[in-house]
Design a protein around this ligand. Sequence first.
Ligand code: TNX
Length: 578
Amino acid sequence: MKHFAYLLPVCCLLFAACRKDSPAIEIIPAPLCVKAGQGTFDLGGGIRIAPADSLLRPAAGYLVQLFREENVAAAQNAENANLSLALDPRLPQQGYTLKITPARIELRGGSCEGVVSAAASLRQLLWAGKGSLPALEIDDAPRFAYRGMMLDVARTWIGVDGVKRYIDLLSYHSINKLHLHLSDDEGWRIEIRSHPELTEIGGFRGGDSPVRPVYGKWDEKYGGFYTQDEMRGLIRYAAGRNIEIIPEIDLPGHSRNIASVHPEIRCNYPPDTLSTNGYDYRSAWCVAREENYALLTDILGELCALFPSEYIHVGGDEVDMTQWKRCPDCQALMRQRGMADPHQLEDLFMQRMAAILSANGKRPAVWNEAVTTGDLAHDSRVYSWQSVKACLDATAKGYETVVMPGEYFYFDMRQTPHEDGHDWAAVFDAKKVFGFDFTDKGFSPEQMRNVVGLQAAFFSEAYVSHEPEKPDYLDYMCFPRICALARIAWRGNGEGWDAYYKGLVEKHYDRMAAMGIRFRLFPPKVSYKDGAFTVTADDGSEIYYTEGDTPEEHRYTRPVKTGKPHLYRFFTRYKTGR
Ligand code: TNX
């Protein structure tokens, strides 16, 4: 799996020259190779699916759902079938071929995942073709085995239906990992049956909850959580769409929520137990308190039993070590172990998490701060978010690394200085995401072998205060940045921005609108000269403006004369995009 990125050149050789006669089809992300065939496959005659290997059952299930509105049935035998699924060991693990002739449709994959990807491409063709499909042959394989998106359901609660919709959107873009940020200072979102208070109390903040409200909805008790049964449903739903859910419980920092429900997990030092109005640094788990590991064994044990993913994310980011430095028990532990630096306490804590996971047959996934010293077990997977340097560091230390530096991949960052969102990492739009290139960042071939893939994140502090006032915030922040992420994680950015942008505007905008995505358009070009505004949009969208504080929107049709340019705001709309 680690060496996956290096399969790309091999695939290119295998499939060389196949782009020459590509028909004008649009599959997302664009396949490596598409060859046009002769004629069309008529959908009117019905689809008869050939019996397939039991390993391919999820792919077959996906297909049945795909053809729900078509005339589809299981074929009596291979001879009267016109659609077949097969594993092909010659293909890359997640690679696939999709062959359509006037007589039949053939999906082959290096694994079941590959066959589901073939089915996903077929779905897009079906959606575009009316009543028939063009004969063609697609040979495709992703550049990275790991193509992820992180969703923060802790700061803003997103219920089962919202997550299912998100899974559908990710799956359409061939994102195959959903990293769910299930706990943070503001909420605990997954039922732990041995400790129901974690969600019954910690699932909600504000009102009579001991967890203080933050980030909006100040006057309500706000929150929610997934029962284990609901989560099992989500895991199944995602798996049927080629997506693995990787859960995260953020430890030992970002734990104000659980520390409000169980104050005893914090360090115990009498002079400093007053309530704080601002950020509470006393939220890290005490490393020296042995009972804490019993509670964590319960929590992680249930998590490991619930989630089939090989890795369980145990956080490790932004640990405020202030209380460890003041805690007599932590200090004694440091002396006893000959530790000079509180980072070694984090190491110790994380090593104990790793041991609990390992006893449950899992491996740890952590944020990059957890490998600052490099002492954490080397079978851990590192999510490098702080910078490109953090990615270089984790890969140099030999850790399997998910590359996600905030300045390219934090989709909670604003897209221009005048829009909503954070800006601590950068202000950037889809063009910068698309432009992310390993070649100019200093990764050696050795380090590249440790890159398992790319991921982006949607942290949701700024979302909660927008619901329900701005229900489209999630879509607006994520699209089209997710389109760009999907493209570079699947295939890279070889064709260059201009060609990609053309496809985005000409194909993806209509597609996203048809999917109900309330995506972001690039801003119009505005110039102010000789007392008048001239505004243009190169994407076929309609231009509007507002004047002063009045919310009334005017349609822009010709230059607007004004001596007070600072009072004007211009924006565009195209279908569901704005
Ligand atoms: C950093 S990313 C955090 C999150 C915030 C995010 C806001 C990470 C591991 N920690 O707690 O939500 O920045 O952009």
